[in-house]
Design a protein around this ligand. Structure first.
Ligand code: DGY
Length: 311
């Protein structure tokens, strides 16, 4: 914010929760730049209330909260924060994978509740990570960084993406396959796709039927890629063994949500990029994108560069 404030007059929303829609709508009338969070819905209706808007800088790598075609149509450049959170997000995906495999949260709850009475041959038996098969859905930067970690654990790695990347396949020694085969072969499945119309509920009841009964699902991408109610049924009926989620639909997940009645699910509150270092880099990047856009220059990380490309 220091970087932003030294360049322009910025009005900041300081509330602990996102600004209500009507407050956001009222306050955009005269702005030229908007620094948004992934919790702010920036759609055509809002852009129409901001006729002077030149740039939207999203403090996130994902930008499904912004209507990009609507921004492009209005000549508004959009920036995001790719790269700087890749390793941090991959760390959390692997943390969730291991925590689910070894039932870490259940174990902690047992101890705190005073139920740890003795060492037991059958106590909290989990699954081995080493040597298991990992299925990566979406081999972008974060998916590839998870693959690097999995290699260190001697995992066999399969991936599915709409675009096959033979170069990365060779570099990482991983194997391309279709989604159904990945679901049926993998012991662990980790999701790293963008949220689009095509990936909405990509993993639902049909997919849980295909997965192994011992299968573990990890999601650190966007909640709506997984059909949460189908996941609840699959976990409850032991169609799959476990899920570990950093993202949910909706967010926040209400404390009374059926998923939270289950022991075989771990949910954390969308914290995959939440390290001091990554969030600092994201902030600086978002500030730089905003400032460039305000100057009418190409932001360092544009989502729709065609807006400022000449000719
Ligand atoms: C993102 O950047 O899209 C993450 O979900 C939050 O850091």
């Amino acid at each position: 914010m220091d970087r932003v404030n030294s360049f322009c007059d910025a009005k900041t929303w300081d509330g602990p929760l996102p600004p209500p829609r009507d407050v956001l709508m009222e306050n955009v009338a005269n702005i030229e730049g908007l620094l948004s969070l992934l919790t702010d819905k920036i759609d055509a209706e809002l852009m129409d209330k901001a006729p002077k808007l030149k740039v939207i800088s999203n403090y996130a790598v994902g930008f499904d909260n912004i209507d990009i075609p609507a921004a492009t149509k209005r000549g508004i450049i959009v920036g995001n924060t790719p790269g700087v959170l890749t390793e941090t997000t991959a760390d959390l995906a692997f943390t969730l994978l291991m925590a689910a495999a070894r039932r870490i949260v259940e174990g902690d709850k047992e101890v705190r509740a005073g139920r740890w009475k003795t060492w037991g041959p059958m106590t909290l038996l989990g699954q081995d990570v080493h040597g298991a098969t990992l299925g990566i859905v979406g081999l972008g930067r974060i998916g590839a960084a998870v693959a690097q970690r999995a290699k260190g654990f001697g995992m066999k790695i399969l991936y599915y993406d709409i675009i096959r990347n033979e170069k990365v396949e060779k570099e990482l020694g991983i194997q391309y396959t279709d989604l159904n085969n990945l679901l049926s072969q993998s012991d662990f499945i980790t999701i790293h796709t963008n949220l689009t119309k095509e990936t909405h509920h990509l993993i639902g009841a049909k997919q849980f039927e295909i997965m192994k009964r011992t299968g573990i699902l990890v999601n650190t991408s966007r909640g709506p890629i997984v059909d949460n109610m189908a996941l609840y049924e699959a976990l409850r009926n032991k169609k799959i063994a476990y899920a570990a989620l950093d993202v949910t639909e909706p967010e926040p997940l209400p404390a009374e949500h059926p998923l939270l009645t289950l022991d075989n699910v771990i949910v954390v509150p969308h914290i995959a990029s939440a390290s001091v270092a990554s969030r600092t880099k994201m902030g600086l990047m978002a500030a730089d994108n905003l400032i460039a856009g305000l100057k009418g220059e190409m932001p360092p990380n544009p989502v729709n560069p065609e807006v400022l490309k000449k000719g």
